[in-house]
Design a protein around this ligand. Structure first.
Ligand code: ADP
Length: 514
């Protein structure tokens, strides 16, 4: 049985008065959230579950997914309090004195450029950091965020007994004791040795003093970390036998939730930002430092690249021309592949891949007044950029699964399929992170019951029941997009790296195809 419940921070927890649950300080690029709001959301979820048609006692195992990278800072009261929760009062009332930092930096925060630079230098440069931790230092990653806290508030840092990721923090509340961090979420911190899957002494020392003693241990993501605590048994009627499985970050959970457990399976998540991620059997690195390697819940690895100009940029163009998504799609349908050689570099907002700090949109062969050209140009640019910047991944996609809000748009997916020359599969299910957590809980529960359940059987049997649509690439467009990719690359280098003006190649492209 599938039970689904949504809690909206803005509507359901409106007392906090945060739009979308985040606290934004535009000037300092700081984006935080309030851990007390997360605790209240967790309690509200269990209240709703208790009053639902679900037989809570029959729940065998629970895992969860939390936004990756965010950190929660706890004082020396937390462990005792979480271990002795009284079911007659609320979680938030009992835990509110346990924070050593009132707010938590989250993945949208980009305020730690200074700390990224310092850690990168201390570890011997970009290449070393990549090989050590799986990623270059990134502003949103936990290590640079911890360093900033230590530098700005050494006293509060000193009063911090435990630094949890959001995933391990919430798992700790469920088990009533310090929960470990799984290898998937742990790889988004710039602190874990990606080969050995242990906290790396050099990375810890480059980040902040006495850090190791503040971090929970690391674990496999299929680890059963304990039973549910008395608080939930007494208050919400759980069975004392309910197992808690390590929680993980939204990215590793989405890998499983979209069924990426085999070589050649990749996915786009076309949400506020766009991400492109895939299953890797073998560890490899993006030495340019744009992509990331995280642990996969299957015990292998995953690659992920995040593009900030995703739906927000598409939406900006749609709104600038006052269109509905249907009108936007109709224009994509009637304009032609290659857009008559018009190239856009779509940095409507600061971009992570490639790094663009000052947003600016570059147009070659057209201007802002040509609505149709702009609409086709942004979609072609986004997927050309995705193909170009994922070139380092040795595994090549055989199928790409599409999730996220914009995956509802078939015209966008058709262009993506043509540019990647790969079929795109669209599932009905969009909550891939939550689904991935449910898959992980099921898998862990069964393997500890001596079942020989295989990931493939679990996922494929579930996915088979889902409605899916396949969008095949138009193979005749392949050569055109191969050529356009080369030109896009040259324009990117022209604008960002002062390479020579590639206008002559664009003219040749126009002559060849139009
Ligand atoms: P997130 O989970 O990152 O907040 P979602 O995956 O829910 O975001 O995606 C939301 C985005 O989906 C919206 O910002 C909107 O721009 C986009 N979206 C919704 N419907 C369509 C559509 N038909 N075509 C293209 N984009 C769409």
């Amino acid at each position: 049985m599938i039970y689904r419940e949504n809690i909206n921070y803005g509507d359901d927890l409106s007392l906090y008065k945060y739009k979308n649950g985040i606290i934004v300080n535009e000037n300092s690029q700081q984006v935080h959230s309030n851990p007390l709001m997360w605790i209240e959301a967790l309690e509200l979820f269990f209240q709703k579950l208790f009053f639902s048609e679900i037989n809570v006692k029959s729940i065998k195992a629970i895992s969860g997914s939390a936004q990756q990278h965010g950190t929660v800072y706890l004082n020396n009261k937390f462990e005792e309090k979480v271990n002795n929760l009284d079911p007659n009062t609320s979680l938030v009332d009992q835990l509110k004195d346990s924070l050593s930092r009132e707010t938590s930096p989250i993945w949208m925060d980009s305020s730690t450029t200074k700390q990224c630079k310092e850690i990168r230098e201390k570890l011997g440069g970009k290449k070393k950091v990549i090989i050590l931790t799986g990623s270059d230092t990134f502003e949103r990653f936990s290590g640079p965020q911890i360093r900033k806290f230590y530098q700005q508030n050494p006293q509060k840092y000193g009063n911090t007994k435990i630094i949890h990721l959001i995933s391990s923090f919430l798992a700790s509340i469920l088990t009533g004791k310090k929960a470990p961090i799984d290898y998937g979420d742990g790889a988004g911190m710039n602190l874990m040795n990606i080969k050995q899957k242990i906290w790396d002494e050099n990375a810890l020392n480059a980040t902040a003093p006495n850090l190791k003693e503040k971090l929970p241990p690391l674990t496999e993501s299929y680890k059963i970390i304990g039973n549910i605590s008395q608080y939930f048994i007494k208050k919400y009627n759980f069975s004392p036998e309910t197992k808690i499985i390590a929680w993980s970050g939204d990215n590793p959970n989405s890998l499983i939730g979209t069924g990426l457990i085999k070589r050649g399976r990749f996915a786009f998540s076309l949400g506020t930002s766009d991400t492109y991620f895939g299953y890797l059997q073998k560890l490899q690195f993006d030495m340019k430092g744009e992509g990331h390697i995280f642990g996969a819940p299957t015990g292998d690895y995953m690659s992920l690249i995040c593009f900030k100009n995703g739906s927000l940029a598409r939406e900006k163009i749609k709104d600038d021309y006052n269109l509905t998504w249907e009108e936007f799609s109709n224009i994509l349908n009637k304009t032609i592949p290659g857009n008559y050689g018009r190239i856009m570099l779509p940095y409507f907002f600061p971009e992570i891949v490639p790094i663009v700090l000052q947003p600016k949109v570059f147009r070659f062969g057209f201007d802002e007044n040509d609505m149709e050209a702009n609409i086709r140009a942004i979609i072609e640019a986004q997927f050309l950029s995705m193909r170009l910047h994922s070139d380092w991944i040795e595994e090549k996609p055989k199928k790409i699964y599409a999730t996220g809000g914009a995956s509802a748009n078939k015209e966008i997916l058709q262009i993506a399929a043509d540019i990647f020359k790969t079929p795109i599969i669209k599932y009905e299910i969009t909550d891939s992170a939550a689904l991935g957590a449910a898959f992980r809980a099921t898998y862990s529960y069964y393997i500890t019951q001596n079942s020989n359940l295989k990931w493939e059987r679990l996922i494929d049997s579930f996915m088979k029941e889902q409605k899916q649509e396949k969008i095949n690439p138009t193979l005749t467009n392949g050569p055109l997009y191969d050529d356009m990719l080369q030109i896009y690359d040259k324009f990117e280098k022209f604008v960002l790296k002062n390479a020579e003006n590639p206008e002559i190649y664009r003219k040749e492209f126009i002559q060849k195809y139009y």
